[in-house]
Design a protein around this ligand. Structure first.
Ligand SMILES: Cc1ncc(COP(=O)(O)O)c(C=O)c1O
Length: 430
């Protein structure tokens, strides 16, 4: 039987079967990609994101309604003088079919990732997050029963909730920032049986996010000329580029890559600075000066990733270069007023990150960086929190362990996580 997909390394050119593979076995510094046997996108009559199952690295599917929804904008499009604006919305908006109950596109990543891991029998997944990603994985855990270890800064713990109970989550809060949580999460993965979710390296995350471009393109009938998104790690932007390449190879939707228009929130804009300086490297002193202070001042704090996959082969720099893209540094006031404008014209509330993307579109339209008749895809990466609060139950995820920044992952702390793992029926070696 032919394989549904293979993993391909753009570094050495080798292709191989997937064993939940995150890195090239030859050690190449490149993001691995999936290559699907089906070149033409077949659609499945399945719910949510699994409609695009043939281009997801999974065999089965989950019975979950959460997927991207796309529509031709009228209100915002009129306001901006754009004749072909497609909005692809990830969040809770039942009137439009939006059923992502944790309200962000991180559910597009979490569902195929949890399923891929289960199918490959790779172990229990570990996720470090500042909020939306962790919440999406808690929800995936609650829906599937899959055990998940989530590490977050203590200040973000109240962002972790689900709309169904109970998630099977070992929540560890770290009394420090997002970087401390990432460092602690790495140590947790030293326990055999716990595997890192892999971030941008994980093809299930990228292909899940790439469904935004699939959905927006099918809705509009052809590939967009321009694609707008706010970026923190930029994984969604890489995913958009890869999905667009697949649609070009499909042959039915156009031949040109959409230009990526990527935005970050001032004053923390490392990718904007590195791009404007024409650099493949992010230099902390130049691109992230006063890092703690600037992170504390942004409106959309989910965009404050200090280690984005920028210069790696197949990363964000390459995606911008290949597509002839642009970057935008958006101030808090502009983001807030763009969020209000969206709520007035489209009638749904936005995640602050999505408001940053809308602000970049406003600027592009005002400055003529996009033409009035261009076909535009706006990736609204999160929203509908107010709507969800009216309709849905909310179950907070309680911390299982609380640790200090820099605390060693040893002794009682390590034993506690091992104890939790064995409760899940995972064999834990000494
Ligand atoms: C709502 C929302 N939009 C955009 C982003 C940026 O995504 P990425 O970090 O993959 O670039 C995030 C990241 O958490 C997010 O939660």
């Amino acid at each position: 039987m032919r394989e549904k997909y293979l993993i391909h390394c753009p570094g050495c050119g080798r292709s191989f079967p997937d064993h939940y593979t995150l890195d090239c076995p030859s050690g190449c510094d490149a993001l691995l990609r999936t290559v699907y046997a089906e070149r033409r996108l077949p659609l499945r009559s399945l719910p949510g994101v699994f409609r695009y199952k043939e281009w997801l690295p999974v065999e089965g599917h989950l019975r979950v309604d959460a997927g991207p929804v796309s529509y031709a904008s009228e209100g915002l499009a009129r306001e901006l003088g754009l004749s072909h604006l497609t909005v692809t919305f990830s969040g809770y908006w039942p009137e439009r079919g939006g059923r992502m109950e944790t309200c962000s596109f991180k559910e597009l990543e979490a569902q195929p990732t949890v399923l891929r891991l289960r199918e490959k029998g790779a172990g229990v997944i570990q996720v470090s997050s500042a909020g939306n990603t962790g919440r999406a994985f808690c929800q995936a855990s609650a829906l599937t029963g899959a055990p998940v270890v989530v590490v977050v800064p203590a200040s973000a713990a109240d962002r972790l909730w689900t709309t169904v109970e109970p998630p099977n989550v070992c929540l560890i809060t770290v009394d420090g920032d997002y970087s401390d949580s990432i460092a602690f999460g790495r140590e947790v993965c030293s326990i055999p049986g716990i595997v890192p979710e892999g971030g941008a390296k994980n093809v299930a995350r990228r292909d899940g996010m790439g469904t935004v471009v699939l959905d927006g393109t099918l809705s509009a009938g052809r590939l967009p000329d321009s694609y707008f998104q706010a970026v923190g790690s930029g994984t969604g932007a890489i995913a958009a580029w890869e999905a667009a390449e697949r649609l070009i190879a499909d042959g039915r939707f156009g031949t040109r890559l959409p230009a990526l228009h990527l935005s970050q929130n001032l004053p923390f804009v490392p990718m904007v600075r590195a791009w404007e300086a024409g650099r493949r490297d992010i230099l902390p002193a130049e691109d992230m000066p006063d890092v703690e202070a600037s992170i504390s001042r942004v409106y959309a704090d989910v965009l404050t990733n200090r280690h984005p996959p920028w210069g790696v082969r197949g990363g964000v720099y390459d995606a911008l270069a290949a597509s002839g893209g642009r970057v935008y540094a958006v101030g808090n006031d502009d983001a807030r007023s763009a969020g209000r404008l969206f709520a007035e014209t489209e009638e749904i509330d936005l995640d602050p990150a999505a408001a940053v993307a809308v602000a970049s579109l406003l600027r592009a339209a005002e400055e003529g960086l996009v033409g009035p008749d261009e076909r535009i895809l706006l990736n609204v990466t999160g929203g509908g929190y107010a709507r969800a609060a009216e309709d849905l139950d909310r179950y907070p995820v309680e911390p299982y362990l609380r640790v200090r920044a820099g605390e060693a992952f040893a002794g009682d702390v390590r034993d506690a996580v091992r104890g939790w793992l064995s409760e899940q029926g995972v064999a834990v070696r000494a």
